[in-house]
Design a protein around this ligand. Sequence first.
Ligand code: B12
Ligand code: SF4
Ligand code: SF4
Length: 362
Amino acid sequence: MVVAKKWPDSFPGAALAADVDLKARLCAEAHRLGFLRARVASADADLDMGGYDAFLAAGRHADMEWLATGRDARAAAGRCLPGARSVLVLAFDYTHALPADPGGLTGRVASYAWGRDYHNFVLKRVRKLQSWLRTHAPEVDSYSSVDMRPVYERAWAARAGLGYAAKNTFQVLPGESSRFVLATLLLTAELAADPPMGDHCGRCTRCLDVCPTGAFVGPGELDARRCISYLTIESTSAVPETLRPGLGRWVFGCDDCQDVCPHQRAATHDVPETRPRHAWLGLFELLAADDASLRARFEGSPIRRAADHRLRRNAAYVLGNIGDVCARPALEAAAREGGVVGDAAEWAIERLRAAGRDRPLR
Ligand code: B12
Ligand code: SF4
Ligand code: SF4
């Protein structure tokens, strides 16, 4: 005969077990603050850095040396927060429909940068979560990051099963989205960990096939040196000539490998900070602007990061790709200033010439 075992409501080990109640209350507070999803990873074991080390060894981080110097800090949560036991991983949705193409001589901006700078408005919400913690669990220390500290956000998200590590390298919520930014809160409390999620790409290869500059070395492996996002935002140098046509109309970042992904749905929220302000940019205005006016125009936007010769360089490449003869006088003026912008303008003029579009149409 089997005797049903009776467990007491509380038992001696209860205080040491993962704090399920704190986790539930913390996640509820995160949702109240507008986060789309919250999941927990255990910080007890270091992250598997095999893929990361291979990325660095192959030089795929381009000149983003901070990815190499911050490598050890990223591997272990305890490097940033001594005594870290858990990582709360948060997703903030920025999905919006692409505003209508104004046509003409305009360039496209990646969707994460249409609204306000997420480093600010998402961090503000994470800080509110920290202040909630100080009130409700003052014994717990925390350390926050929204893409600005040496925290390997996507690897923690994968361990926490927030989404799955997809072939386009994004954390993807199956059937929902990859258009969310990640935030992390390292915690000294032990919270119950969530299980990782299985693969949802299957045999699909759309993202790998669509990349206009061939930046994917393989599924889930990206060479930043060929990625339009790196080339138009991070890199301060000239874009290698063979990759310039691949920019198409992308003047800041790129969304091609997300746009083709079947795991996208329409927007389900309307957070004021994510509302589109800068989805398309007039290329003449960019090319003719100086650094100070560009900085002022894009204050508070992620575009501010490249609000200097980078945006003007990108505008010249895109004008070359559009191939409209009307751009010639503006490109000639830019070519005279030399440097990276001048070089980009000369290339664009040459594109017009090669296409037989260097004379006004009659
Ligand atoms: C450096 C960086 C970049 C670089 C390099 C990008 C890259 N893919 O590595 C550049 C400048 C190119 C870049 C571009 C963009 N980025 Co970025 N970037 C980062 C940053 C700071 C570090 C990423 C990193 O460590 N890369 C190194 C490599 C080794 O890591 P990884 O690709 O994550 O590797 C994992 C997977 O690929 C997977 N994997 C490895 N092998 C395989 C094999 C298979 C089969 C599979 C399925 C998976 C898999 O395992 C690895 C470990 O989990 C993070 C923020 C952070 N602090 O972590 C943001 C971050 C990754 N970027 C982000 C965004 C939004 C972008 C852009 C969309 C912006 C844009 N539209 O222009 C683009 C997208 C380009 C792209 N396809 O990734 C978001 C992504 C959110 C999400 N849902 O995943 C992050 C998390 C920032 C944030 N806090 O929200 N970025
Ligand atoms: S963001 Fe654009 S360039 Fe970069 S990997 Fe994706 S499709 Fe390629
Ligand atoms: S496009 Fe296809 S292969 Fe690429 S991430 Fe989406 S489901 Fe995976």
